[in-house]
Structures are given as C-alpha cells and as structure tokens.
Design a protein around this ligand. Structure first.
Ligand code: AVI
Length: 323
C-alpha cells in the first residue's frame, strides 16, 4: 500500500495532466529533444523579451515601429468608419497605439491575449487615453477558435498581428494560423501583419546572440520555469544558449545545449542528455516578400500592400481575405 501511495505522489498526476507538463514530457522524450517556444513567456520570460526588443542588435522591433510610424496614414486608410481592430497576441500595446492614433475611424479595439493581467491593465490604459474607443479585451489563446464580442458582429474587421510572431510557427502551422485568422475575422477582412525578412546571416546571428546575453537568459529561463512549475532540478549553468541561422530552412534556430552528460527527472520521467546534446527551443523563420505572399495566398489572403524599413530588414503586409 505504502509503495503504491508513494508512486502516486511521485508522479503527481495533476501536473502531468497540465498542458505544460504534457508538452514538456513529450518534447524531452522526443528525438531530437524540443520544447514549444510559447512556454518562454512566463512573467520572467515576458520581461526578458521586453528587454530583448530594446537591444541594439535586435532590429525587428525597432524596424517595425519605424514602418508603423512612417506608414501610419497609409495603414489608417484600411480602416473604414466604425471598424473593429482585432489584435492577435496583443501583449504591450506599444504598436497598436501608433495605429490607433492615426486611425480615429476605429470604433472598437479587441486585444486577444492569453495573459489576462497585462491584457486588462493595457485595456484600462487605452480606455483612459482613447475615451471614444470601445476596448473589449478577450482572454484567449489566439491560435485556437475564440468568440469575438457581439458588439463587433456587424463592423468591418481588421486583424493586427505584429512582431513577426508568425515566424515562430512552422510554415504549415503559419498557413493554418492565417486561415484560422481569416475564419475569425470573416468576409472582406483585412490583416495587417509584421514579418521579418531574410537578410545577411551576420545580422541575424547578432540579433539572437546579443552581447549582453539577454537572449541567452531568455532561452535558459525555460529550464528555470520547468524547475519551478514541474519541480524538476535542471541546473541552467549546465546548459548553454545556441542560436544560428539555418540557411536551408531560412530560419534562426535556438537550442539549449547540455554542457555534460547528465540525467534529470521531470514529472517522473528520467531524461538523459549526452554532452553537447541540445533541446531545440525555437525557430524564427525569415521570409522574402514573395515567399510570405505565397504563404498568405495559399491560406486564402490576397496581398494588397507591403511596407519595409529603409534597410529592408522587416516588412509589414496588408492582406485582404479572398471571397
Ligand atoms: C516573438 N518572436 C517573434 C521573437 C523572434 O525574434 O522570433 C522571439 C525571440 N526569440 C529570441 N529573440 C526573440
């Protein structure tokens, strides 16, 4: 009896049933080992990501903000009177504020995000700064179907998906996500989406291997999160951040490389590492304008406009849903 009770306690079934525990065990027992990048963003990870966006080497945020500022009036032209702006994965509202300031024709803003604390806080601040705007936050994982507020049922709907988050999905998943966004937004929708562009490998390499090692901390924080939430005993000092450009797949790959042979218990599973073996933690796909347009067309969207920064490092596309 005692042994049975012990076994139940050791395996902590409630935790194994959590999606995080299930994904971690599945990823660490797979060959090669991998973890889904969506788990980077606990509170510490979200803070580290904000730090990354301000790094001198991390050009995407700077370039996208410049495009939005320079092209705000043209982008505002896509918003008819009384339209609803729906942001997929809103996070901090820095980018949408540029659009809102340029397009007073937007009547309703619907930020969709999984993190309710930041979502509600940002919504309050936007209501204060834009008293005529109706702000209707939706707490949801935007990669799954969610219900839009009834108030936007009859409004023209424009999706906003900045940050090149689309690049963190495998091209097949990215296509499915674009199709899903089309279904959520409905007939005649427009989507304004930020997409990182292919460029010289040295620039990409620097952006994901910053001198201050913030990206390394961001990557290693995943192990700290697993320790805290799943009671594992990873020593982050025994792993190293690896990020490199995979030219054949046109993507930055991030990995955590084990510095030695080691064995870690996670949710009752014994995970063995060879020295140098890696956990693949993220892909960040880089597109050309044409390759992204082809992806969008395949998912039912017609490319309508595209804007880039002066260096052609980043692009913002306007897509219209095909009938
Ligand atoms: C959120 N995403 C678009 C970032 C990227 O560049 O792929 C995440 C990131 N990973 C390392 N640095 C930033």
């Amino acid at each position: 009896m005692a042994a049975q009770t012990q076994a139940v306690l050791r395996y902590e079934p409630a935790e194994i049933e959590s999606p995080f525990a299930r994904d971690v065990v599945a990823g660490l027992t797979a060959r090669p080992k991998r973890l889904p990048p969506k788990y980077f963003y606990d509170d510490a990870g979200a803070r580290l990501f904000e730090e990354i966006t301000a790094l001198p080497e991390y050009y995407p945020t700077r370039c996208e903000l410049a495009i939005l500022r320079e092209r705000a009036d043209e982008i505002a032209g896509f918003f008819p009177d009384g339209s609803a702006l729906i942001e997929f994965g809103s996070g901090s509202s820095r980018k949408v504020r540029i659009v809102l300031a340029a397009a007073p024709t937007i009547a309703t803003y619907v930020p969709v995000d999984i993190s309710s604390q930041m979502l509600l806080q940002e919504a309050d601040e936007l209501r204060r700064d834009y008293p005529r705007l109706s702000v209707l936050p939706v707490e949801a994982d935007f990669t799954h179907p969610f219900v839009l507020p009834a108030a936007v049922a009859d409004a023209a709907r424009i999706g906003f998906f900045p940050g090149s988050t689309i690049g963190n999905f495998e091209p097949r998943e990215a296509s499915a996500l674009l199709r899903h966004a089309g279904r959520m937004l409905g007939a005649n929708a427009t989507l304004i989406i930020g997409v990182d562009l292919e460029k010289e490998a040295s620039i990409l390499h620097a952006a994901y291997n910053d001198a201050a090692r913030v990206t390394a901390k961001f990557n290693l924080n995943l192990l700290t999160r697993i320790n805290r939430e799943l009671d594992a005993k990873f020593n982050p000092a025994c792993f190293e951040h690896h990020a490199f450009f995979n030219r054949d797949r046109s993507r930055i790959e991030m990995h955590l490389a084990s510095l030695k042979r080691q064995r870690i218990k996670v949710c009752g599973e014994c995970i063995e590492f060879r020295a140098g073996e890696t956990i693949h933690t993220e892909n960040s796909y880089k597109y050309s304008i044409d390759s992204f347009r082809a992806l969008a067309r395949g998912a039912g969207w017609a490319p309508t406009a595209v804007w880039t920064d002066a260096d052609n490092y980043f692009s913002v596309h306007a897509l219209t849903l095909q009938g």
